[in-house]
Ligand binder design. Structure first.
Ligand SMILES: Nc1ncnc2c1ncn2[C@@H]1O[C@H](COP(=O)(O)OP(=O)(O)OP(=O)(O)O)[C@@H](O)[C@H]1O
Ligand SMILES: C[C@H](N)[C@H](N)CCCCCC(=O)O
Ligand SMILES: [Mg+2]
Length: 225
């Protein structure tokens, strides 16, 4: 088995398509013959379904993966309330432990050729008093793929995030433009503005596909070299 490859998927905000794009990347990796697993280390918002607390992102990542590694590894922290995770964790009396996330990630990496780790919200989300999602990417030692939700305002969010990724000493392996807003004006001009300013390859532009799933857009994407 070749050396497993893994990336941390960050986004310019919450609700901009990280899960959608993560699932499309998993389908693309499987298309290319790789055993691919998704991971959602920390999730906020869960429902009690068939005897387990299940977060929607974790469910989608599980469905897009080559096999089910078990939620304890795929989603070590499944917080119940759909709010900022440090608030949800405090309400549940939970301390999010980087070591537990690291152990779960290493277990997944040992079982797959490709692991896509989805953050939560944007790039810089607190997970406790002295630990945030950027720290999590560093602890896992992963290069970052940035998902840019293409809507008015995304240039600022994307360039600030690119700066923050560099400031944390992380490698930006590539970025993906996700057409979250089908009504966005001057999309090509916005893509060109980002392409000129983001020092990493554009790995694909994901169209807005009302009513279709991430598997249908896998062809638009490639994993970083
Ligand atoms: N390219 C697209 N075409 C159509 N629908 C999309 C696309 N990208 C995302 N969506 C939809 O937009 C919504 C938000 O996407 P998604 O859940 O992937 O965002 P997220 O960034 O992972 O959110 P969170 O921060 O809560 O994890 C979902 O309903 C998803 O199916
Ligand atoms: C609740 C939902 N699952 C979101 N992914 C959580 C987003 C947290 C954002 C925190 C913030 O930046 O204000
Ligand atoms: Mg998500």
């Amino acid at each position: 088995m070749t050396e497993p490859r893994a990336w941390f998927l960050a986004g310019t905000d919450t609700e901009i398509g990280k899960t959608f794009v993560a699932c499309a990347l998993l389908h693309a990796a499987r298309r290319d013959g790789h055993r691919a697993l998704g991971m959602k280390p920390v999730a906020a918002g869960a429902e009690w379904i068939a005897g387990e607390w299940l977060n929607e992102d974790a469910a989608q990542l599980r469905a897009a993966s080559s096999f089910d590694p078990g939620l304890d590894q795929l989603n070590p922290y499944c917080l119940k309330t759909p709010v900022a995770p440090h608030i949800a964790a405090a309400e549940e009396g939970i301390d999010i432990d980087p070591a537990r996330i690291r152990a779960a990630f290493e277990s997944l990496r040992a079982q797959a050729d490709v692991v896509i780790v989805e953050g939560i919200g944007g790039f810089r989300v607190p997970l406790g008093d002295r630990y945030d999602t950027a720290d999590m990417a560093r602890e896992l030692g992963l290069p970052v793929i940035l998902v840019v939700g293409m809507r008015l305002g995304c240039i600022n969010h994307a360039l600030l995030t690119v700066e923050a990724i560099a400031a944390r000493g992380l490698t930006l392996a590539g970025w993906i433009a996700n057409r979250i807003d089908p009504a966005m004006l001057r999309v090509d001009e916005n893509l060109e503005a980002l392409r000129r300013r983001i020092p990493a390859p554009l790995l694909g532009v994901v169209p807005h596909v009302a009513g279709a799933g991430p598997a249908q857009v896998a062809a638009a994407l490639r994993l970083p070299a």
